[in-house]
Ligand binder design. Structure first.
Ligand code: ZN
Ligand code: ZN
Length: 748
C-alpha cells in the first residue's frame, strides 16, 4: 500500500516518497535467511540471523531491513532498542520502516517517542500514510499527548485520510481515551460511513468514563454488535458499580449467541467478585472448564479472586494450589482473598511462601499484606516491607526498571504503612512516615488522624485535622470518624458535639452509623440517656448492633438496669443470634448484684446454644506471628508458657492482686471460675512474650475482642512486676501498659 495520492503541498511539511531499488520481491521473500526470522526466539538467535543477512549482502535491501526492524520492534521475542539501533544505521529508511518503528514505540512503555520519530520522518521528507496514523494516534492516547494528537489530526485532514476506516476509528479512540468525548463524537458524526468499529470506539469512550446512558444509546444503534462492544458495555457497568446491569448485559450477550472471550469472562468475574454473586461466578467457572480454558492464567486468577471475595476461600485455595504456573497476580489475589476474609495469619504465611518461591512482590502485594500486618501487630514484618518499599517505590529515588511505578502508587503504599505502624502501636513511626511523604492524599491524612485517635492522642489528632483544613483539603466522612473517635477517646462531650454539628453544617456530610456511634457512646458514657434517645429518634439510619452494644456498656457503667433491659431488647431483635447482647445484659445485672437475673440470662444464652466469636490474641516474635485462643494448649512451647502463667499468678497474688469479678465472662460455659481467668488468650500471649523475648523488650499483642476488666487490671500489674512495656490493641482501643498504669486510664 502506498501513500495517499493527495498532494502534500497543503502541508507545512515537505512530503515526498523515496525511490526503492530492491531486487524483485519474489526472490527476497523466499530467501532462507529471512525465513529464519519467523523461527527466531531470542536476541542471541536474532544476532546470528542478522550476521547471516549481512554476509549474504541482503542488508542492502530495504526489504530485509524492514523485516529485521519489524521483528525487533514488534515481535514479543524482539528488542526495541536493537530495532532502534538498526533503524539509526539505515541511511534512507522507507515508509514501511518508519511505520514499523513508530508501531514498535506505540507498543512499548515509551509511546511518546513515537511522536519524535514521526517528526523526524516529516523532516526527512518521508511520507506518512494510512498505516502511520493509527499507531501514532494510539501513542498520543497512551502517552496522554492530547495536544499533539490534535496536531496529527490536522495532518490526517490535510492528507485526506480522514475517511480511511482505520484512521477514522483511531481518531475516535484517541479523543475518547484522552477523555475528549465531544471531539470523539464530532469525528464520529462527521463520517459518512460509520461502521461497527467506529461505533464501538465511541461507545467504549463513554462506557469507560461512566457515561452509560450515552454508551447504551450507541450500543442500541450499532449495526453489528461484536464481542468488543459487548465487553465495553459490561466493563462500563461494572466499573460504575452497576453490577446487576453488567451481569444482565452478559446474559443478553448469551441470548444472541455472541461468543464471549477471555476479556468478557475476566470482567464478569470481577463484577461477580464485587457484588458477591457466587452463583453466576460458578456458572462461569463451568463455562471456562467446558471450553478447555481452565489453564488460562488470567482466567484462573480472576476465578480465585471471585471465589475468595465471595467468601469461598477453600475453593480459591484449591484453584491456587492446582496452578502449574503462578504469576505475581495469582499470589496477590490469593493473599488479598485471605485478607478480605479476615484470615490475616494465612495471608502472611502465603506472603512468606511467595518470597521463598522467588516471585517478586509488587505494590498490590503490599497493599494486600500490610492490613494483615496491622491486624496481627506483625511489626517486624511491617518494618521489613517498609524497607523494601523505600528501596523500590520511593519517589525520591531513581526509577527502577520494570517497576510499575508512579506517585499515586507510592502515596497509597506510604498511607498503608502509616495505618500499619499506628495499628501495631508505633504511632511515632507512623508520624515519621507521614512527615516524609512527598505528596499526601486525603487518605494519608485520614490514616494519620485515626491512627492518633486510637492511641488516645486527641490534641494531636485534632491539630492534624486543622492543619489539613488549613492546607485546603476537604475532609470526608472517614476523616470525621477519626475526629469523632478522638473526641470519644478523650471523653470530651463538648468537642464531640461541636465537631459533629460542624460536619453536618459546615461540610454538608450526612452522618453515617459510625459517626452516630461515636456520639451515642459519648452521650451514654456521660449518662445523658435522654439526649441519646432524641438523637436515635432523629437518625436517618437504623441504629446497628454496635450502637446498642455501646449503650448497654454505658448502662453497666452507670448502673442503669431498666434502660439496659430496653436497649438489650433492641439488640435481641436486631441480632437474635448474637450472644453479646445476653452477655452485656448479664454484666449489667452482675454489677447491680442481681444474681438471679444473671443466672436467668445465662440460662437463656446456654439454651439458645449460641456460639460466640472465640477470643484470640496474636503476638509476633522474631517476625513469626503466634496466635492463641482461650485456654490454648496447642503451642509447641505450651509447657513453658503454663509454667510462666503459674509464676505470673503467684507474683500477682504476692502483689495483692484481687480478681475483678464484676464482669461475667462469656468465654466460659460454666459459672465464672477464678482459675480460668489466667487462661484468657491475652494472658497466654503475654506469658509467651515474657519467655521468648529479652528482658525489657516491649511486648505487643493484638486481641480480636475487647480486653476484659480482669485481664486489664492484671496486665497493669504485670507491666510493673516484670518491668515490661506492654502494648495491647483490642477491638477498638490501644492500651499502653507501663509501670502499673494504662494509657487508657481504665476507660475503654
Ligand atoms: Zn480477659
Ligand atoms: Zn487500658
Amino acid at each position: 500500500m502506498l501513500a495517499s495520492p493527495v498532494a502534500p503541498s497543503v502541508s507545512s511539511f515537505n512530503f515526498h516518497v523515496l525511490p526503492s531499488s530492491d531486487p524483485p520481491y519474489k526472490l527476497l521473500q523466499t530467501h532462507p535467511s529471512l525465513s529464519l526470522l519467523s523461527k527466531c526466539r531470542n536476541l542471541q538467535q536474532l544476532r546470528q540471523i542478522h550476521s547471516q543477512i549481512i554476509k549474504s549482502g541482503l542488508h542492502n535491501t530495504q526489504f530485509a531491513l524492514s523485516k529485521l526492524v519489524e521483528f525487533c520492534a514488534v515481535s514479543p521475542s524482539g528488542d526495541l532498542s536493537y530495532a532502534v539501533s538498526l533503524f539509526e544505521s539505515i541511511e534512507e529508511p522507507n515508509q514501511l520502516i518508519w511505520n514499523t518503528i513508530i508501531r514498535g514505540h506505540c507498543l512499548s512503555d515509551t509511546p511518546g517517542l513515537a511522536i519524535h520519530i514521526y517528526v523526524r520522518m516529516l523532516l526527512r521528507g518521508a511520507m506518512p500514510n494510512s498505516y502511520t496514523f493509527p499507531f501514532l494516534l494510539k501513542s498520543c492516547a497512551k502517552a496522554g499527548l492530547a495536544h499533539e494528537g490534535k496536531q496529527i489530526h490536522s495532518h490526517v485532514v490535510k492528507l485526506g485520510l480522514e475517511s480511511d476506516a482505520f484512521v477514522h476509528t483511531s481518531l475516535i479512540n484517541m479523543y475518547a481515551q484522552s477523555g475528549e468525548l465531544d471531539s470523539a463524537r464530532l469525528v464520529f458524526e462527521k463520517s459518512l460511513h460509520r461502521d461497527a468499529v467506529s461505533y464501538t470506539a465511541l461507545l467504549t469512550g463513554y462506557a469507560s468514563t461512566g457515561q452509560m446512558d450515552e454508551a447504551k444509546q450507541l450500543f442500541e444503534n450499532i449495526p453489528v454488535r461484536d464481542v468488543v462492544s459487548w465487553n465495553a458495555m459490561i466493563a462500563g457497568y461494572s466499573e460504575c458499580g452497576q453490577f446487576e446491569e453488567a451481569m444482565e448485559t452478559f446474559r443478553g450477550m448469551q441470548k444472541v449467541n455472541v461468543m464471549p472471550n477471555e476479556s468478557t469472562m475476566v470482567t464478569v468475574l470481577s463484577a461477580c467478585a464485587q457484588s458477591g454473586s457466587i452463583e453466576l461466578g460458578k456458572w462461569i467457572h463451568c463455562w471456562i472448564e467446558d471450553h478447555k480454558m481452565g489453564s488460562n492464567l488470567r482466567l484462573v486468577n480472576a476465578l480465585i479472586d471471585m471465589y475468595s471475595k465471595c467468601g469461598d476461600v477453600e475453593t480459591a485455595q484449591g484453584l491456587f494450589n492446582g496452578m502449574s504456573l503462578k504469576d505475581v497476580i495469582s499470589w496477590n489475589v490469593m493473599i488479598g482473598g485471605y485478607t478480605h476474609m479476615n484470615r490475616y495469619k494465612e495471608a502472611l504465611v502465603l506472603f512468606r511462601e511467595m518470597l521463598k518461591s522467588n516471585v517478586e512482590p509488587n505494590d498490590v502485594t503490599f497493599l494486600n499484606v500490610l492490613p494483615s500486618c496491622a491486624c496481627l501487630c506483625a511489626l517486624d514484618l511491617g518494618k521489613w516491607i517498609h524497607t523494601y518499599i523505600n528501596k523500590n517505590f520511593n519517589i525520591t529515588l531513581p526509577k527502577k526498571k520494570n517497576k510499575n511505578f508512579n506517585s499515586s502508587t507510592s502515596t497509597a503504599l506510604y498511607t498503608s504503612l502509616i495505618d500499619m505502624y499506628a495499628k501495631c502501636g508505633n504511632v511515632v513511626a507512623a508520624e515519621q512516615v507521614f512527615n516524609g511523604m512527598k505528596s499526601k492524599s486525603l487518605s494519608s491524612w485520614n490514616a494519620m488522624i485515626s491512627g492518633l485517635a486510637i492511641h488516645g492522642e486527641v490534641e494531636k489528632a485534632l491539630g492534624f485535622f486543622s492543619t489539613m483544613v488549613n492546607e485546603g483539603l476537604k475532609p470526608d466522612d472517614v476523616t470525621f470518624v477519626g475526629v469523632l473517635s478522638a473526641c470519644n477517646h478523650a471523653g470530651s462531650l463538648e468537642l464531640g458535639r461541636s465537631y459533629f454539628s460542624s460536619m453536618i453544617q459546615d461540610y454538608k456530610i450526612s452522618p453515617k452509623l459510625q459517626h452516630y456511634g461515636c456520639v451515642v457512646d459519648l452521650l451514654g458514657r456521660n449518662g445523658l440517656f435522654d439526649e441519646v434517645e432524641a438523637l436515635i429518634e432523629s437518625m436517618n439510619v437504623k441504629p446497628d448492633g454496635a450502637i446498642w452494644g455501646s449503650l448497654l456498656e454505658a448502662c453497666r457503667a452507670q448502673g442503669q438496669v431498666e434502660l439496659g433491659e430496653i436497649f438489650a431488647h433492641h439488640l435481641f431483635e436486631l441480632e437474635p443470634d448474637n450472644p453479646g447482647a445476653y452477655v452485656l445484659l448479664s454484666n449489667i445485672y452482675a454489677k447491680a448484684g442481681r444474681w438471679d437475673d444473671v443466672a436467668r440470662t445465662r440460662t437463656k444464652l446456654n439454651d439458645k446454644g449460641m456460639k460466640k466469636v472465640p477470643g484470640s490474641t496474636s503476638i509476633e516474635v522474631d517476625s513469626v506471628v503466634h496466635e492463641f485462643l482461650v485456654g490454648d494448649k496447642t503451642h509447641p512451647q505450651s509447657k513453658d508458657i503454663y509454667m510462666m502463667l503459674d509464676e505470673i499468678d503467684r507474683l500477682l497474688e504476692m502483689a495483692g492482686f484481687v480478681p475483678d469479678t464484676t464482669e461475667v465472662l462469656y468465654d466460659m460455659d460454666e459459672e465464672w471460675k477464678e482459675c480460668a481467668l489466667s487462661h484468657h488468650s491475652e494472658k497466654i500471649a503475654i506469658a509467651f512474650g515474657l519467655i521468648s523475648t529479652k528482658p525489657r523488650t516491649t511486648i505487643r499483642i493484638a486481641k480480636n475482642l475487647r480486653v476484659c476488666r480482669n485481664c486489664h487490671s492484671a496486665t497493669k500489674l504485670i507491666s510493673k512486676i516484670f518491668n515490661r512495656e506492654i502494648i495491647a490493641r483490642d477491638r477498638n482501643h490501644f492500651h499502653h501498659f507501663r509501670d502499673g498504669n494504662c494509657s487508657c486510664k481504665d476507660c475503654w
